[in-house]
Write a protein that binds this ligand. Structure first.
Ligand code: SAM
Length: 367
């Protein structure tokens, strides 16, 4: 099988998070374990990423089952309950197992290759979360993934995860030292305990000769932890399959404090003239039953979101219809042309991802 790249040992699924691995390209490694079907899917993924391929159904289903977390990270929307209340106002809008089955069944019908049943929430707080993973596995998804903060990762859960058919597990740490960990992950348990949980999972995997899942750790780089980025990388690179470094993006435009998390090197001198977002070519995001074309959680009033970015609802329609809707086609065209400014939400998103000093000052003055 041809390699994705013999040199590059990093990859990104969304252009925002970069995963590093010392061993080999992680997708080469997965192609070796899973076989040609994985290779073929990654090939399609790469073409979609370049905006050169529009598949009949999304390649990736990103499903946020609820908005519940045991941490209150100040940089995350879920760590700001007033914001959650404002942007996720509906009661009884969690995606339950039956809703999830409907999503997976539709995906399976179209041979959808990849799924993550987790968004900004902490998935291991769901007692039978492993059943969600296993259901996707049974329905022939070949790249099943989730992030966890690792605090609920007991030995019992670790064993269940290994037996669930999941492909990738990423434990988000965001810190090297306990001091920084407790600042960044407010409400967190001791970092040492999370490390213990990770090593336990790695040991169970190795003793049980499991090839999958591949296991990595991640670090969201911000002003309050950037001094630990290198220490983090050095500590983890030889211990796990991959280390991810992720850029911070303010979850909304409502609070001055969000703009203080930017690192200096994230701030650009000039605004981007063009931008081609690849997410509407890759995925849909499903949250509170609504279907979105991307991971956006930005400061968009609920009514504007309806007009602008909601492309469907799993209760009333299908993912297939949403993916092939005129709204989605229009969005793909905007991004093919690099005309992100044509959509107000895309305009906000690009500016928040690639901020200029001027943009930050303007937002701060408007709050
Ligand atoms: C949102 S959490 C969700 C999953 C799970 N609870 C966990 O901790 O892995 C996943 C990662 O995203 C990071 N994160 C939270 N808010 C973010 C933001 N606004 N921009 C970038 N990353 C963010 C967290 O710090 C964490 O590393």
């Amino acid at each position: 099988m041809k390699k994705f790249s013999s040199e590059i040992k990093n990859y990104t699924t969304d252009g925002k998070v970069v995963h590093y691995s010392k061993l080999e390209n992680i997708n080469d490694k997965l192609s070796k374990i899973i076989g040609k079907k994985f290779y073929d899917y990654r090939k399609k993924w790469d073409d979609a990423n370049k905006l050169n391929l529009i598949t009949e159904f999304p390649l990736f289903l990103h499903v946020e089952l609820n908005q519940t977390c045991n941490y209150q990270c100040p940089h995350c929307i879920i760590g700001n309950p007033d914001e959650v209340k404002k942007y996720y106002p509906k009661k009884n809008a969690d995606i339950n197992f039956n809703d999830y089955k409907k999503i997976v069944d539709e995906g399976s019908e179209y041979n959808c290759p990849s799924i993550s049943p987790q968004g900004d929430n902490e998935p291991l707080l769901i007692k039978n979360f492993e059943d969600y993973l296993y259901y996707a596995y049974k329905k022939n998804f070949i790249d099943i993934m989730f992030n966890t903060n690792g605090s609920p990762l007991t030995i019992r859960r670790a064993q269940k995860i290994l037996d669930s058919g999941v492909t990738r597990v990423r434990i988000s740490l965001d810190a090297y030292s306990d001091e920084v960990y407790k600042k960044v992950r407010v409400g967190a348990i001791d970092l040492e305990k999370v490390h213990r949980n990770i090593f336990q999972l790695l040991e169970l995997k190795s003793k049980g000769n499991y090839k999958l899942p591949i296991i990595g750790v991640s670090f969201c780089k911000m002003k309050n932890n950037e001094h630990e980025e290198k220490l983090f990388e050095e500590f983890w690179t030889d211990k796990v399959d991959f280390v991810s470094i992720q850029n911070y993006i303010p979850p909304t435009i409502n609070k001055v404090k969000y703009f203080d998390f930017y690192t200096d090197d994230q701030v650009l001198k000039k605004e981007k003239k063009t931008f081609n977002c690849n997410q509407p070519y890759q995925r849909v995001v499903i949250r509170n039953h609504n279907i979105y074309p991307c991971c956006v959680t930005l400061a968009i009033p609920e009514d504007e979101k309806k007009d602008n970015l909601i492309i469907g609802n799993i209760k009333h329609s299908t993912i297939f219809k949403a993916w092939n809707s005129n709204k989605m086609k229009n969005l793909r065209m905007i991004h093919k042309e690099g005309n992100y400014k044509k959509n107000n939400i895309c305009n906000n998103c690009v500016n928040l991802n690639y901020p200029t000093k001027k943009f930050i000052e303007k937002l701060k003055n408007n709050i």
